[in-house]
Design a binder for this molecule. Structure first.
Ligand code: KIV
Length: 286
């Protein structure tokens, strides 16, 4: 039996301040606190139960049920065609499957741009029917009325500026935004969405030095995708990051795995064994 008590072994602590408590359930205010402490966080897309569980277990703070489901799950060429009714069941699958991550519902093209009222009603559906903890919308200065309406109505909003895929045709294709004099526009958009009440802002395809300046000027966290490494967080589409999708990738994507090859090999092995009669074997048979 030990004769010393914990007080005797460390009567005055070890001289360091106690660290912040671990985050049990990520809330929007935690992202701001991480920024204030200079700690980075990660975000991935997820559109289904099993990836949501895996990414949550891995410690990814934010899961985005992106409108990129359109061209990663639903077979479309771009994110434009996906509808609210298609995205809500995916959002519900993800929100039901996490225990820690913050789940972001992505408002699809045409579901919020018409008016603040339209935006509020769509966002409310993502929260009520999809179980999202917050929503994301694309746009800067022009989205201020929508962001104000949603936040006033109790819906936390993540903004998305720089290259905004829903405006691909208006922006003249996939292009870096904010080069040269256009840097001012990115900063103006970032300050406007912060002022309107957004709790975080995604910056897509923005030069690294511009994103760094915006990150330093904002109180809310920035989340980069093709915006260098000075943002407070980073986001990638999971099929890009883990190699389920292959082929030409934007320069900002890093592939951490080659899931396509793993699945292709497994599917071929299964196909061979079914056809040569070696599956199912005795141990798979009742
Ligand atoms: O829908 C999506 O996947 C996104 C990310 C690229 C930020 O908006």
């Amino acid at each position: 039996m030990s004769s010393t008590t914990p007080e005797e072994t460390a009567p005055y602590g070890d001289g360091t301040a106690p660290g912040p408590a671990p985050i049990k359930r990520v809330r929007t205010h935690h992202l701001r606190e991480l920024k204030q402490r200079g700690e980075r966080f990660s975000m991935l897309t997820s559109y289904d139960q099993l990836t949501a569980q895996i990414f949550d277990e891995a410690g990814i703070e934010v899961l985005l049920v992106g409108d990129s489901a359109s061209n990663n799950v639903l077979g479309n060429a771009t994110s434009l065609p996906v509808t609210v009714d298609e995205l809500i069941p995916l959002t519900r699958a993800v929100s039901r499957s996490v225990t820690r991550a913050l789940v972001v519902g992505d408002l699809p093209f045409g579901s919020y741009q018409a008016s603040p009222e339209q935006g509020y009603l769509t966002a409310a559906r993502f929260m009520k029917e999809g179980g999202a903890h917050c929503v994301k919308l694309e746009g800067g200065v022009e989205m201020v009325p929508q962001i104000e309406r949603m936040t006033r109505g109790g819906i936390p909003v993540m903004a998305h500026i720089g290259f905004t895929p829903q405006s691909e045709h208006a922006l003249g294709g996939y292009r870096v935004q904010g080069r040269g004099e256009a840097a001012e526009r990115v900063l103006r958009d970032a300050l406007a969405v912060q002022e309107a009440g957004a709790f975080a802002v995604v910056m897509e395809m923005v030069p690294g030095d511009v994103a760094a300046e915006v990150t330093a000027k904002l109180e809310i966290p920035t989340i980069g995708i093709g915006a260098g490494n000075q943002c407070d967080g980073q986001v990638l589409v999971w099929q890009d990051a883990f190699g389920l999708r292959t082929g030409r990738m934007p320069r900002f994507v890093k592939q951490y795995a080659d899931l396509r090859s793993v699945l292709l090999d497994a599917a071929r092995a299964y196909d061979t064994e079914v056809k040569d009669g070696s599956f199912p074997a005795a141990e798979h048979t009742f």
